[in-house]
Design a protein around this ligand. Structure first.
Ligand code: LMR
Length: 405
C-alpha cells in the first residue's frame, strides 16, 4: 500500500540533539554524552535545583492558583523580573518603561519571535551571526524571514577570539544590519570578548547603527555571577540605544524541559515600546497563542523572593564552579599523559563548552572506540563530565590525537 507521504525524504538528525539519540542507542556501560549542553551532577545525573523544588512546592500549595490561559505576552511578573535580571534593577530603560518583554519558549522561541518581528517591522533584513555559532541560529533566522550572513569570530590558530576579523566584518556590514551577539559563554567556542573589547564593539556598532540582538542562554553560568555575565548587554543598554535580548532559563535554572524564556526589545521611548509589544502579540498569537504557565511561575517565584533568589545564586555558582573544576581536571589529565598539543584553551574558555579543536574524524574515532558522544565540530559539554569520567575522556583524546586506536 502506497502512502501519500511515500515520497517524503528522511531528514537527518539534528546535529546537537541527534547526538543524544545516537547515545541512547549505545549499549556500552562506559558511554558518555558530551553532546547537548545540559548540566549533570558529579554522579552524571540531571539536576533539579533545590530552589526549583521549593518554588514548585509553594506553587502546588497555593490554593488560589488556577490553570487559565496566560495573556499572549505571558506572565506579567515573569516579564518584569526577567528584564530586571538581564538589564539590572537600576536600568534606566526599565525605569523609563522603554522595554517590551514577552515570555517565550526558552531561548529558541525568543529568538524566533524576535526574528519574525524584525522581518516584519525593521528596515534591514540581514542578520549577521558569528562564525561559528550555535547550529540553530541560522535556521531560526532564515525561517523567520531574515537573510543570514556571518562575521568572523573565532581564530582556530589561537583558539581564541578573532577580534580584528570581527571588527572588520562588522565594519563592512551594511548600516542598520542586525548583529547576533552571544551575551556570554559563546556557544560553541567558550570564547568571549573582554569588557574592553565589548566597549569597542559597542562603539563600532553604534557608529554604524547596527542593531544588537543578544542571545543570553548562559547568564550566571559563565562566571558564576549573574551581574558579571550581563555586562555585555548592559553596556549597550546604558548608551540609550536600541537592542534585543533573548533569555533562556534552561541552563541557569535547570528548567530545560519547561521551555521558559523571554524576549525583550529595548526601545528609545515608552510609546515605541508599547507599540512594539502590540506587534509582538501579533507574531505570537498565530504561532502558539500564549506561552505555558508552569515554568514561568517557577522563575517568577524565585526571582521575586529574596530568600529563594539567594539560594538560586548559590546553586548556580556551584554549577559554574563544578564546570571550572572539570576544565582543570581534564587539562591536568592531558598534561599528565603528555598528550601532544597545547590544551590550555580548555581552562581559558568559559561557560558550558570547550571547543577542543578535535576534527570530525577524531570525534568519530572517539565515538566508535570510546563511546564518547559529542558534536562533530569537536565541541564538548564540560557540564556532562565528572571526575569519574575525566580519565576516560583524556584516554580517548590522547588516542585520537596520537592516532593510536
Ligand atoms: C546546546 O547547544 O547543546 C544547547 O543549546 C541545547 C540545544 O538546544 O542545542
Amino acid at each position: 500500500m502506497s502512502s501519500v507521504f511515500a515520497n517524503v525524504l528522511r531528514a537527518p538528525e539534528d546535529p546537537i540533539l541527534g547526538v543524544t539519540v545516537a547515545y541512547s542507542k549505545d549499549q556500552s556501560p562506559n558511554k558518555l554524552n558530551l553532546g547537548v549542553g545540559a548540566y549533570r551532577t558529579q554522579e552524571g545525573k540531571p539536576l533539579v535545583l533545590n530552589v526549583v523544588k521549593r518554588a514548585e512546592l509553594m506553587l502546588v500549595d497555593d490554593q488560589s492558583r488556577v490553570k487559565e490561559y496566560l495573556p499572549i505576552v505571558g506572565l506579567a511578573d515573569f516579564n518584569k523580573l526577567s528584564a530586571k535580571l538581564i538589564f539590572g534593577a537600576d536600568s534606566p530603560a526599565i525605569q523609563e518603561n522603554r522595554v517590551a518583554t514577552v515570555q517565550c519558549l526558552s531561548g529558541t522561541g525568543s529568538l524566533r519571535v524576535g526574528g519574525e518581528f524584525l522581518a516584519r517591522h525593521y528596515h534591514e533584513r540581514t542578520v549577521y551571526i558569528p562564525q561559528p555559532t550555535w547550529g540553530n541560529h541560522p535556521k531560526i533566522f532564515t525561517l523567520a524571514g531574515l537573510s543570514v550572513k556571518t562575521y568572523r569570530y573565532y581564530n582556530p590558530e589561537t583558539r581564541g577570539l578573532d577580534f580584528e576579523g570581527m571588527l572588520e566584518d562588522l565594519g563592512s556590514a551594511p548600516s542598520g544590519a542586525i548583529v547576533l551577539l552571544h551575551a556570554c559563554a559563546h556557544n560553541p567556542t567558550g570564547v568571549d570578548p573582554t569588557i574592553e573589547q565589548w566597549e569597542q564593539i559597542r562603539q563600532l556598532m553604534r557608529s554604524k547603527s547596527l542593531l544588537p540582538f543578544f542571545d543570553s542562554a548562559y547568564q550566571g553560568f559563565a562566571s558564576g555571577s549573574l551581574d558579571a555575565d550581563a555586562q555585555s548587554v548592559r553596556i549597550f543598554v546604558a548608551d540609550g540605544g536600541e537592542c534585543l535580548a533573548a533569555q533562556s532559563y534552561a541552563k541557569n535554572m535547570g528548567l530545560y524541559g519547561e521551555r521558559v524564556g523571554a524576549l525583550s526589545i529595548v526601545c528609545k521611548t515608552a510609546d515605541a515600546a508599547s507599540k512594539v509589544e502590540s506587534q509582538l502579540k501579533l507574531v505570537i498569537r498565530p504561532m502558539y497563542s500564549s506561552p505555558p504557565l508552569h515554568g514561568a511561575s517557577i522563575v517568577a517565584a524565585i526571582l521575586k523572593d529574596s530568600d529563594l533568589y539567594n539560594e538560586w545564586t548559590l546553586e548556580l555558582k556551584a554549577m559554574a564552579d563544578r564546570i571550572i573544576c572539570m576544565r582543570k581536571e581534564l587539562f591536568d589529565a592531558l598534561q599528565a599523559k603528555g598528550t601532544p598539543g597545547d590544551w590550555s584553551h580548555i581552562v581559558k574558555q568559559i561557560g558550558m563548552f570547550t571547543f577542543t579543536g578535535l576534527n570530525s574524524e577524531q570525534v568519530t574515532f572517539m565515538t566508535n572506540e570510546y563511546h564518547i558522544y559529542m558534536t562533530t565540530d569537536g565541541r564538548i559539554s564540560m557540564a556532562g563530565l565528572s571526575s569519574r569520567t575525566v580519565p576516560h575522556l583524556a584516554d580517548a583524546i590522547h588516542a585520537a590525537v596520537t592516532g593510536k586506536a
